[in-house]
Design a protein around this ligand. Structure first.
Ligand code: FUL
Ligand code: CA
Length: 498
């Protein structure tokens, strides 16, 4: 008979927890955006909607080159702008003539969505779709028949291109457009026009494992800026009642009461930092382009972010528990430009340099307390590379601590931590100390761990490192702790926040 032992019972979850589809999305961390449409050829960022399909004419479209470049950079998926605000469709939609089928590319027989999604499967990375709600081409935009059109297209994209990992709904609604020749400004009510509940339902039905992104969730939230920067800290929880698609500062402010009225000045601030007291698990995604624009412009060929800048973004997005959605704009050939490839390669090299070797692997590990004295919650679980095992303590902690004892002195300047997400975000504050000739010295002290926390700090040589859980509402559940050494000292000059 099995010995039943209360002490080996896992801790109770604290606060909101991720859904299964959010949990699998959390493992993606770094993936790419592809902004590609008529804008690529007209040198625009927002097409007006009157671009003739014939302008879409990539000269050497190569889905394999695009997807291979992304996969080799370490991206775990790609999200394609199947239709941007100008309304041109990269697939031969049954519901419009405004698509690749009337372009010279592949004699009107091409399908960019098909080729990219197939290449993603070949390279074993995920595929996701961006479908702009705002459509500056459609004559009926603003009326009820457009919603039917939009939903029919969503139905096509969610049923004809295999499994999707994410569906991306843009909040932008600029007003003016071609609208079938009307050439006027149209305003819609972003809260009611798209009837989001029922539109999201199409995704739920056809792609139950895909997460839905918008300003306001329901699965993944915008981080509040397009510079790739998560707040520090960036909580995975938020007060969903305060959010709504189509962000309006005045309306947002009017919904805030008590402490919250002082905590955030705008919805962007709240999206950026999350809300520790929030009632929903709604993690942030950082969307940012490798170039100044989202679409390809020849004039930006020498404005590609450097590997060091991308690394800085990685620490400020993935390293703060958000995901990094990095845009790579295919050029007029329909390929990722050489300069972007070079930068991505350099970035990948830097990530490998830092994270290839976890110096904590297999090191002796001593905890102040182990839950029920049980091996299920042993401190060694933080260094087994398995996200499903974790160290935990009895219910009355924190404070709690865990000491790594290295057989001989090591040099480190980067630390990585992960909480066991199925039990929620349990840690408010923690510190990392090192043994400085017999006395503990604090190396860093931060708020929030969540899906992941990466800290870059001063280079230290030591034989003992201590993790101190300083504050939290419940006992900790830490699934991973990594100690790394970056041979290139981070320079102030790369701390560029734009
Ligand atoms: C914004 C859009 O207006 C941009 O063109 C781009 O697609 C970006 C990712 O989202 O809201
Ligand atoms: Ca583990």
């Amino acid at each position: 008979m099995m010995h039943s032992d209360i002490s080996s019972t896992p801790p109770q979850a604290y606060g909101p927890i991720p859904s299964p589809r959010q949990l699998s999305w959390h493992r993606r961390e770094f993936y790419g955006f592809l902004h590609f449409t008529t804008n690529t050829f007209t040198d625009k960022e927002w097409g007006y909607g009157d671009e003739p399909p014939r302008v879409f004419a990539p000269t050497a479209f190569d889905a394999d080159q695009i997807v291979r470049t992304a996969a080799q950079a370490g991206m775990t998926g790609l999200i394609l702008t199947c239709k941007h605000h100008d309304g041109f469709c990269l697939w031969p939609s049954k519901y419009t003539e405004h698509s690749v089928k009337n372009s010279p590319w592949r004699n009107g027989k091409g399908d960019v969505v098909r080729e990219i999604s197939d290449a993603c499967r070949t390279h074993r990375i995920g595929f996701g779709v961006y479908l702009s709600p705002w459509d500056r081409n459609r004559a009926d935009y603003g009326g009820p028949s457009y919603i039917e059109y939009f939903r029919s297209q969503l139905q096509e994209l969610t049923t004809e291109y295999g499994e999707l990992f994410e569906v991306w709904f843009d909040g932008a609604n600029g007003g003016d457009g071609y609208y079938g020749g009307a050439r006027e400004t149209r305003r819609i009510d972003p809260q009611t026009y798209y009837d989001w509940e029922n539109t999201w339902e199409i995704v739920r039905r056809n792609q139950p494992n895909a997460v839905i992104f918008s300003d306001a969730g329901p699965d993944v939230r915008w981080v509040g800026n397009e510079r790739g920067l998560a707040g520090d800290p960036c909580w995975s929880t938020i007060d969903e009642k305060l959010l709504f698609p189509g962000i309006d500062k005045t309306l947002f402010k009017s919904r805030l009461t008590g402490d919250k009225a002082n905590a955030w000045d705008s919805p962007m601030d709240m999206l950026n930092s999350g809300d520790r007291q929030g009632g929903s698990w709604l993690p942030a995604e950082c969307d940012v382009s490798i170039r100044p624009g989202w679409f390809y412009h020849p004039a930006e060929d020498d404005k590609v972010r450097t590997p060091e800048n991308l690394l800085d973004l990685y620490f400020k997005s993935v390293g703060r528990g958000a995901s990094l959605l990095l845009n790579l704009p295919p050029d007029r050939r329909g390929r990722i430009h050489e300069n972007d490839m070079k930068s991505l390669k350099g970035f990948r090299h830097r990530l490998d340099q830092i994270f290839r070797l976890n110096l904590a692997r297999g090191v002796r590990c001593v905890a102040s307390n182990t839950r029920g004295g049980s091996r299920n919650f042993a401190p060694e679980n933080v260094m087994d590379g398995n996200p499903d095992t974790y160290w935990s303590t009895d219910d009355d902690a924190p404070p709690a601590e865990l000491v790594l004892e290295f057989p001989r002195a090591i040099t480190f300047n980067v630390v990585g931590l992960r909480e066991f997400l199925p039990l929620g975000q349990r840690i408010d504050r923690f510190a990392v100390d090192f043994d400085d000739g017999g006395a503990w010295r604090q190396w860093s002290c931060e708020s929030a761990i969540g899906p992941q926390r990466l800290i870059r700090g001063q280079r230290c040589r030591t034989a003992r490192i201590r993790l101190r859980i300083v504050a939290g509402p419940a006992c900790p559940a830490i699934s991973e702790l990594g100690i790394y050494y970056d041979p290139m000292e981070p320079k102030e000059a790369v701390e560029r926040d734009d």
